[in-house]
Design a protein around this ligand. Structure first.
Ligand SMILES: Cc1ncc(COP(=O)(O)O)c(C=O)c1O
Length: 453
């Protein structure tokens, strides 16, 4: 048996554990169970899940309808390989997801990274089938996160995550990010949009006949904290891709499934990307499920050529995951959760802006719907992220946890930010409680007695 040791907060953690953790030796509570927007640890402490785990548990925890669907499917069959059997569950999921998003084709995977990788492969295959196999260069933003696999990481503007794999990565992350707080340098939205689009055009020109496509998070999540582009930017980017015949790939792993108050965040700007990547909220924490939504043009080219997409992952499209994701879609629709995200998002945003007026450490509030981000600064006027980068984010996350609130760290190595993204089922009273706890967190973080900073 591993020995237990007492931690800073008086909680226990096993010493000599065989399990490799994010941060070796970090003290974390042990999770016990969850109900709705609350999670409980094994000491009986309650936490308001203000970030849906990792912007994933979109229906909250232990939802009875989803548990019933999971249980019923598990009793029938949990796994059958898609190379051997079709499954009614994955057919029904593709049908419903396509109808809810307006896409004719769906490819199923298990994680966001796998789905990003699949979107890249489908795009490469599209070019190959059209007789242009040399098109292999993607362009993505210099502040972004697209996954932990080598393709997804190549796209990611996330210095922390890239570091260890740098030798194997492509420098796809070249585009100026639509991150006005740090990159607009006094330009208004129209001027900043023009700068962004011009830079994208230059990058694509440099790629020339090797250009394969552009990958974008409509609202940037894990690397910067709900980076929301100026209105007009996504339309202009889509226009640029259309002019050049390049597929636009929207990575909506975090922003999709209603999170921002629309089923897909791209819909806020009336943009229909050629491929859309979904994950996280698709299984809503009940099963690892992800997908790529694919337009006619991509599939038509493949259908006219090899008519096969043989790349995939063992568990992709398994009946259990598909049944769970189908139940999640049913819940999103029948409970009006996209509209709730928009409505509660307004309340959350107003509350966060009020907090920013009281707490100097909040440099900016941004985001859409229930994906809100707080940029944290050590000096508001200089917009200084403080040193070392990331320390303010971790301190704020700990301060919140000590108050019984979970928020998500969102720093890729150039700034400090946290995401506030409660489940789409959140009520008005729960948002009020979240804001109270966050207020107390910032008060304790910046108090003279604080040992966190
Ligand atoms: C936008 C985006 N894409 C891809 C991923 C990778 O997803 P996963 O961690 O499920 O592989 C993430 C995860 O945070 C994400 O936010």
């Amino acid at each position: 048996m591993p020995q237990a040791t007492t931690t800073r907060s008086g909680r226990m953690q096993p010493a000599g554990s065989r399990l490799i953790k994010f941060f070796f030796g970090e003290e974390l509570p042990f999770v016990s169970h969850g109900r709705g927007v609350f999670v409980y640890d094994t000491d009986g402490r309650r936490y308001l899940d203000g970030c849906s785990g990792a912007v994933t548990a979109n229906l909250g925890h232990s939802d009875p309808e989803i548990l019933r669907a999971l249980h019923e499917q598990a009793e029938r069959i949990t796994f059958a390989h898609r190379g051997t059997f079709h499954s009614e569950q994955s057919e029904a999921l593709a049908e419903r997801l396509g109808a809810m998003t307006g896409y004719p084709y769906v490819f199923l995977c298990n994680s966001g990274s796998e789905a990003v990788e699949t979107a890249l492969r489908l795009t490469l295959q599209y070019w190959r089938e059209r007789g242009e196999p040399n098109r292999s260069q993607f362009a993505s933003h210099a502040v972004s996160y697209h996954g932990a696999t080598l393709g997804g990481l190549s796209l990611s503007g996330h210095p922390q995550r890239r570091r260890v794999a740098e030798a194997l990565l492509h420098e796809f992350n070249e585009l100026t990010p639509p991150y006005a707080y740090r990159f607009a340098e006094g330009r208004d939205d129209a001027e900043f949009t023009e700068l962004l689009v011009n830079h994208t055009a230059e990058v694509l020109d440099a790629h020339g006949p090797a250009a394969a496509g552009v990958v974008v998070e409509p609202v940037g999540g894990a690397a910067g904290g709900a980076i929301t582009p100026p209105d007009g930017y996504l339309q202009a980017l889509a226009g640029l891709c259309r002019e050049r015949g390049l597929p636009l790939i929207a990575d909506e792993v975090m922003t999709g499934m209603g999170r921002t108050g629309m089923m897909l965040a791209s819909q806020h700007w009336d943009v229909r990307p050629d491929l859309v990547v979904l994950g996280k909220g698709m299984g809503a924490g009940y099963a690892p499920v992800s997908a790529v939504l694919v337009s006619e043009e991509i599939i038509d080219a493949i259908a006219a050529g090899t008519a096969s997409v043989t790349n995939g992952h063992t568990y992709g499209g398994n009946p259990l995951g598909s049944a769970v994701a189908l139940a999640v879609l049913e819940a999103i629709e029948s409970r009006g959760l996209v509209a709730n995200a928009a409505e509660r998002g307004k309340q959350l945003r107003a509350g966060l802006e009020a907090l920013a007026r009281r707490h100097e450490v909040i440099g900016e509030v941004r985001g859409l719907g229930l994906l809100q981000g707080l940029e944290l600064v050590s000096d508001r006027v200089a917009r200084s992220p403080g040193a070392p980068i990331g320390s303010l984010t971790r301190a704020a996350t700990f301060a919140a946890r000590d108050q019984g609130l979970l928020v998500y760290p969102a720093t890729g190595g150039i700034n400090n930010a946290i995401l506030v993204a409660p489940p789409l089922t959140v009520t008005a009273e729960e948002i009020d409680l979240l804001l109270e706890l966050l207020d107390a967190s910032f008060t304790s973080l910046t108090s003279e007695e604080s040992t966190l900073l």
